[in-house]
Design a protein around this ligand. Structure first.
Ligand code: XUL
Ligand code: CO
Length: 433
């Protein structure tokens, strides 16, 4: 045991009346919702990068946190892993997620980085045996080091492409070894700063071939998890190719990967793309590519990706409503891609941020299940489309326009607009909270 979280107890469910801040008021892992335990619905994961690797820097200032594992050594990496699993134990989270760079020191060469990763993966593997938390997904950090500044797979330099391919290979190996249920590719610098120096068509083709190679390798090693693309429209690139769910779907279709790859949808990224979170989830579900979510929230004023913990259960409810309507997660989960603010220095801040996020999600899920189960919302939606069940309505979809025109004239069709009942449905949403 380290003493990093000393005096912080394991967080237990105590119910909404509890005044103990080190307790869940809404997240009760064993509560049954729609025939499934809450824990199995939500499948929470802690993000290694925000909670253990990020040091509190921002564009105007350096690190604010002081942690005993902030050093580029294997000893420090092992200490970080020890603390990580103590944190997962305190929270009772069933999963975690990590990038290679979060968990191991960068080597002077590719071979050294690879050795470091293999060594820490072995260490983390022994931790997984003794603790509850398992790997939700692994990924490669191909955006921090200066070699990636012009992209990884989309880089104009083939040597960077090679480095990226080799990096993803090692991270897929690591994910397989740890029994990871998914592998994520977020294209942090797969985009451009200016079209004046960019061959967009070539870069898009490179990204497509790269993803095919990733899928081919995943098959080759027998990785049974899901490969996920995480869309984001911009930041750090001015324009990122994986803009949003619809853009990713078009890209997957183009490269024959729509049955192989799904999406990991992040709340803040959806907002940056000008969508709501639930829009992105519903779009992915409709296209058959819904995989997993990165749960967080953006600040409404700042206009950038602030990665804050969710604290608005009304917003979260409509996101889980779409997830439940899509049948829930299979390999996916709720990964807290969220960080405490840089003034939140204490170990307790780290724990309580997650407690709040987990409670917010639990309230959202419970409301979402109620929205789905109770009936009026689903009934109102069904009633809105009921006309399509009438005689001849669907047959029209197979008819040429002139036949439809004749039917409109012969039957004197004269549609009468009906209320969309939005406010009444919003009142219901509010009622279920
Ligand atoms: C960045 C982001 C990443 C991915 C993993 O905005 O969301 O942390 O989730 O690379
Ligand atoms: Co993310």
């Amino acid at each position: 045991m380290t003493d990093f979280f000393k005096n912080i107890p394991q967080i237990k469910y105590e119910g909404p009346e509890s005044t103990n801040e080190f307790a869940f008021r809404h997240y009760d892992p064993d509560e049954e919702i729609l025939g499934k335990r809450m824990e199995d619905h939500l499948r929470f994961a802690v993000a290694y990068w925000h909670s253990l690797a990020w040091q509190g820097g921002d564009p105007f200032g350096g690190p604010t946190f002081e942690r005993p594992w902030y050093a580029d050594t294997m000893d420090a990496a092992r200490l970080k892993a020890d603390v990580a699993f103590e944190m997962f134990d305190i929270l009772g989270t069933p999963f975690y997620a990590f990038h290679d760079l979060d968990a191991r020191p960068e080597g002077k060469t590719f071979a050294e980085s690879k050795r470091n990763l293999e060594e820490i993966v072995d260490y983390i593997g022994t931790k997984q045996t003794d603790h509850k938390a398992k790997l939700l997904w692994g990924t490669a950090n191909m955006f921090t080091h200066r070699r990636w500044m012009a992209g990884a797979a989309t880089n104009p330099d083939p040597e960077v492409y090679a480095y990226a391919a080799a990096t993803v290979k090692t991270c897929l190996d690591a994910t397989l070894k740890l029994g990871g249920q998914n592998y994520v590719l977020w294209g942090g610098r797969e985009g451009y700063e200016t079209l004046l120096n960019t061959d967009l068509k070539r870069e898009r083709a490179q990204a497509g071939r790269f993803l095919q190679q990733v899928v081919e390798y995943a098959h080759k090693i027998g990785f049974k998890g899901t490969i996920l693309i995480e869309p984001k429209p911009q930041e750090p690139s001015k324009h990122q190719y994986d803009y949003d769910v619809s853009t990713v779907y078009g890209f997957l279709k183009d490269f024959g990967l729509e049955k192989e790859v799904k999406v990991n949808i992040e709340q803040g990224h959806a907002i940056l793309a000008g969508h709501s979170f639930e829009h992105e989830i519903a779009t992915a579900a409709a296209l058959g590519i819904f995989g997993s979510i990165d749960m967080n929230r953006n600040d409404y004023q700042s206009g950038w990706d602030t990665d804050q913990f969710p604290n608005n259960h009304a917003e979260v409810a409509v996101a889980y409503y779409e997830i439940l309507r899509a049948g829930g997660y299979t390999t996916g989960g709720t990964n807290f891609d969220a960080k405490v603010r840089r003034q939140s220095l204490d170990p307790a801040d780290l724990i309580l941020a997650h407690v709040g996020g987990m409670d917010t999600c639990a309230r959202g899920l419970r409301a979402a299940a109620y929205m789905l189960e109770d009936g009026p919302l689903e009934a109102a939606r069904n009633a809105r489309y009921a006309g399509w069940d009438r005689e001849g309505a669907k047959a029209m979809l197979a008819q040429p326009l002139d036949v439809i025109e004749k039917a409109v004239i012969d039957n004197n069709i004269n549609p009468q607009p009906r209320s969309g009942r939005q406010e009444r449905l919003e009142n219901l949403w509010n009622h279920y909270l």
